[in-house]
Design a protein. Sequence first.
Length: 294
Amino acid sequence: MRVKQVLNNSVVLGMDDAGVEVILLGPGIGFRSKAGDRIDPAAAQRTFVPEGIGSIERLAAMVEEISIDAVAAAEEVMRAGRDRLGNHVTARILIPLADHLGFALRRAHEGLAIEYPLRSELSYLYPAELQFGHEALDIIERRTGTRLPAVEAVPIAMHFVNAQFGSEDMRDYARMTDALQRILRIVEEEYGIPFDEDSVDVARFVTHLRFLIVRNRQRQQTPVPTSVAGDADVLLETVRISRPRQYASAQRIAALLEAIYSWPVDGDELLYLSLHVARLTAAHGATGESPGRR
């Protein structure tokens, strides 16, 4: 193993004999080292491959303030999350997750509490990620000896939600969750029905909305099945006539998304939104009449 770059006294970017870059973490491991020097991997407390990790300089700045135990705990949580949730979980989340754990561990040692306002929304919008967030608390306790409060499962889950949608910014999660909540309220207010948040139909509706947001945020074309694409305008007009309230709800949803994200919802997506609203409301016993006419 040779030193490729000394990031600081605690972090070295190395390269093994196969030419694979690795991050070596350990107190003093970079002291008096320079590029090209041989380095013993056994001198590192933690070693990992920086796959898709982004800026290595960012990692160096992070470990100046965060303990290696927090980085190690984040790495173990990340790997367990990949096994549990899927291969979309990559080392890209390591830096923001370790950064969060460092502050969370510090708060726990100082006896400080914090609340997360999106806790209830997370429980039904992203149940798998939230469940893993609670499991991650056990990993962190085993690794660091500190038991974080149960509420810390929420921000940990948020990191894995962001991994699913290719984002490291917690604000993206908050904005998406706010959008989903406001969309569900549009339909609830229009039809005067309470939703069963654990139902398959709500899950399908939310999943469609989530991927609609992600596709447009990434500026990708909305995939339209070949059998539908040529007749999309005709189908949309048919839905507008046969399901006017569902179509109107879809228009309100489209307007909300345009206001939040500053991108237009095209006719194809308006069609699918109308159909999803129709499925959702039918499953919850709503009629085509307004609540006042029942």
